[in-house]
Design a protein around this ligand. Structure first.
Ligand code: BEZ
Length: 258
């Protein structure tokens, strides 16, 4: 997963501390039901673990990601598979695909129309699109607390440094799919409280995914910022010795009809 306009992720840290992202994606692979011989695109493949699962059945899979560091790591992890650097808003392939798969990526991609248009255009008629990403209300508690605190620690106006995540409702996203020529056949929005490992789980998550905001906080104020954030969220997101992120996932299946 990485589609944060042109910025590089720490691919090793991502694999080390955020493996839950792709581990949760295994059931999404089952939803796509890739078959031997099919051409499948893994959009926002990150370090390639789900690309490899998609390929296990004998499908011909290509993984794309905007982040070169992620692609380098994916190639190291799975040298037998094909990975390319590409922008989710602007990609094309000479040969069409039977399926496009995307896990935990599309909430980073704006404008969403551009991604859906590319997805539709690379699918064969009858080809399927299966995706999961953050839906309406995703990490709502964390976002609210960040909005309250970031200006206090990083200076006035620092709210603009928070990521502009895209968390649509079912109605909004299925409407978009229809307008762009994909027929939604299944959509579900569901909560998934997600364990953030270790006592530093919340700060690790924020450090990884809210990088510009954290970078804007002077080093000597960071500890105070993280303590204040943890104090704000402890009642709701800390339980039995661990932090949980208040994820809400949007899962969609759609088919290119024409
Ligand atoms: C998500 O998977 O919902 C997510 C991951 C990182 C940042 C924001 C949302």
């Amino acid at each position: 997963m990485a589609a944060d306009a042109g910025k590089s992720w720490d691919a090793r840290l991502y694999d080390d501390k955020h493996a839950f992202v792709w581990k949760h994606g295994a059931s999404l692979v089952e939803l796509l039901e890739p078959r031997a011989g099919e051409r499948i695109l893994d959009l926002g493949c990150g370090t390639g673990h789900l690309t490899a699962q998609l390929a296990q059945v004998g499908a011909e899979v290509i993984g794309i990601d905007q982040d070169g560091a992620m692609i380098d790591e994916a190639r190291r992890n799975y040298p037998q598979l094909r990975f390319e650097v590409a922008d989710a808003r602007d990609f094309s392939f000479p040969e069409p695909f039977d399926g496009v798969f995307s896990n935990a990526v599309l909430h980073w991609v704006r404008p969403p129309e551009a991604a859906v248009r590319c997805i539709r255009n690379v699918l064969k008629p009858g080809g399927r699109f299966v995706a999961e990403f953050g839906g309406q209300g995703n990490v709502g508690r964390i976002v609210d607390a960040l909005r309250r605190l970031i200006g206090r620690y990083a200076g006035a106006g620092a709210e603009r440094l928070l990521p502009a995540w895209y968390y649509p409702s079912i109605a909004e996203y299925t409407g978009l799919l229809e307008r762009e020529g994909l027929e939604p056949t299944n959509a579900i929005l569901f909560p998934r409280r997600t364990l953030l490992e270790g006592a530093a789980g919340l700060r690790n998550w924020v450090t990884m995914f809210v990088r510009e905001g954290v970078a804007a906080i002077p080093g000597e104020r960071r500890e105070a910022f993280f303590s204040a954030l943890e104090d704000e969220l402890r009642n709701e997101l800390w339980s039995e010795g661990a932090w949980y992120a208040d994820y809400r996932r949007l899962r969609v299946v759609a088919v290119r009809t024409t």
